[in-house]
Write a protein that binds this ligand. Structure first.
Ligand SMILES: Nc1nc2c(c(=O)[nH]1)N[C@H]1C(S)=C(S)[C@@H](COP(=O)(O)OP(=O)(O)OC[C@H]3O[C@@H](n4cnc5c(N)ncnc54)[C@H](O)[C@@H]3O)O[C@H]1N2
Ligand code: MOO
Length: 396
């Protein structure tokens, strides 16, 4: 029997086996949320473009207060106005965000002043640069603000708008076809006959793919026969950049995905040293990259998070890695699994992990009721107060 692949090695295999399949298109900024940048974005301006006030108050030249504590108000500068140079021995009424006039080098907030006729009395010592936000404080001219391969968040859209960008070069969304397999599966909304269970992996994978920012081209279900599997895979390959399936990848004679692929493409089967999620298929079928996730719902979830998500990102042109794990303290004990790393579904409270009582590969609810995965490497016992790596679900 071939040895099980360690999970980090399996990630490298899968990422290395795929290349970007998406195209580049010009995309208006208001449609760019969640899209992947196809080039670095360099700022052609500095943000803010000029020194400006951080407070409502008075702009002045600090040395003008060496021999007096009061200055005449010589101009009023609201945000959006172009100031004139500051007259010597005077101050300017100024508002938050307004440009600092030439000749001023500090702003005093109005709470620390007293208005006396046309003059302002300054109640405290003033230092150069007080309450001034310098030009380029946020973004320097020529700075790379976002890098190629970044999937754009709401914050990124704000940053792009702050440098005046109206459109970007983005990769076209990756089209992902989804196949579920199994005679036992019924769609939700229909009554369950004897021997049937509801198809949860279809909606699960569709949601995982969508929330990873990809486009679901088509979702099909195939009964357990080579003909049905072949016809579904052919149809999916015609409209998809990548196909993801669940089930049918283990060793039983009812598992037809493998046989179908062997007849219509190239199969690379990986048995990965993780629990849940041992059998994972990577292949090409009808000329389309194919990722076969194991059918047990928790195995589907774990293998999507650890492998398929990164494989899809590679095909989409996105730079993506595993999230950085967080060390947490274990408030429990557990004997090691001898051959596979375990990804336990755990609660984490103030950095302390406790496992869900249900860790079966077939049980999905435990994942919904917990915070993420505790990574327990093979052959390592969990002892009380030991540290292990935690991957929160919301980091995927
Ligand atoms: N003799 C062996 N049997 C199994 C092995 C093995 O090494 N030798 N590996 C086990 C492991 S580990 C896993 S994981 C599963 C993987 O099986 P498949 O990927 O072939 O999946 P199926 O057999 O089709 O289904 C497994 C399980 O999951 C349920 N399932 C499948 N699809 C769905 C769906 N869309 N929604 C909800 N539930 C689904 C299915 O009913 C089965 O209960 O193989 C082990 N067996
Ligand atoms: O991968 Mo299977 O879950 O490990 O049951």
């Amino acid at each position: 029997m071939a040895p099980l692949l360690p999970f980090k090695e399996a990630i490298e295999h899968i990422k290395g086996a795929l290349e970007r399949v998406t195209q580049i298109e010009t995309t208006p900024l208001n449609q760019a949320l969640g899209r992947v940048l196809a080039e670095d974005v360099i700022s052609s301006i500095q943000v803010p473009p000029a020194d400006n006030s951080a407070m409502d108050g008075y702009a002045l030249c600090a040395s003008d207060l060496e021999h007096t504590d009061s200055l005449l108000v010589s101009q009023r500068i609201a945000a959006g106005c172009a100031p004139t140079p500051l007259t010597a021995n005077s101050c300017a009424r100024i508002f938050t965000g307004a440009e600092i006039p030439a000749g001023a080098n500090a702003v005093v907030m109005q709470e620390n002043t007293e208005l006396v006729g046309d003059s302002v009395r300054f109640l405290n010592p003033v230092r150069i640069n007080d309450n001034i936000r310098p030009a380029g404080q946020d973004i320097a001219l020529g700075a790379t603000v976002l890098e190629k391969g970044k999937r754009l968040s709401a914050i990124d859209i704000g940053v792009l708008a702050s440098i005046g960008i109206t459109e970007i070069q983005a990769f076209t969304p990756l089209k992902v076809g989804i196949l579920t397999t199994g005679d036992e599966l019924q769609v939700a909304g229909q009554p369950l006959a004897a021997g049937q269970i509801y198809n949860s992996n279809g909606p699960l994978i569709e949601s995982l793919v969508t929330s990873a920012g990809h486009h679901v081209s088509l979702r099909l279900h195939a009964m357990d026969s080579v003909d049905a599997t072949e016809s579904a895979l052919k149809q999916l390959s015609e409209c998809s950049d990548v196909i993801i399936s669940s089930g049918g990848v283990s060793v039983g004679e009812e598992d037809h995905v493998k046989a179908t692929i062997e007849q219509n493409g190239q199969l690379h089967l990986w048995k990965i040293a993780i629990k849940p999620g041992k059998p994972l298929v990577f292949a090409n079928v009808f000329g389309t990259p194919f990722i076969g996730l194991p059918g047990n719902p928790s195995s589907t979830l774990v293998t999507f998070h650890l492998f398929a998500r990164l494989a899809l990102a590679t095909a989409a042109g996105e730079q993506l890695e595993l999230p950085d794990p967080i060390p947490v303290i274990c408030a429990f004990e557990r004997k090691s699994n001898k051959s596979r790393d375990e990804f336990l579904r755990v609660h984490v409270n103030h950095g302390v992990a406790t496992p869900h009582s249900q860790q079966s590969s077939g049980a999905l609810l435990a994942a919904s009721q917990t915070d993420g995965y505790l990574h327990v490497p093979a052959q390592q016992d969990v002892t009380l107060n030991s540290y292990f790596d935690f991957y929160p679900f919301n980091a995927f």
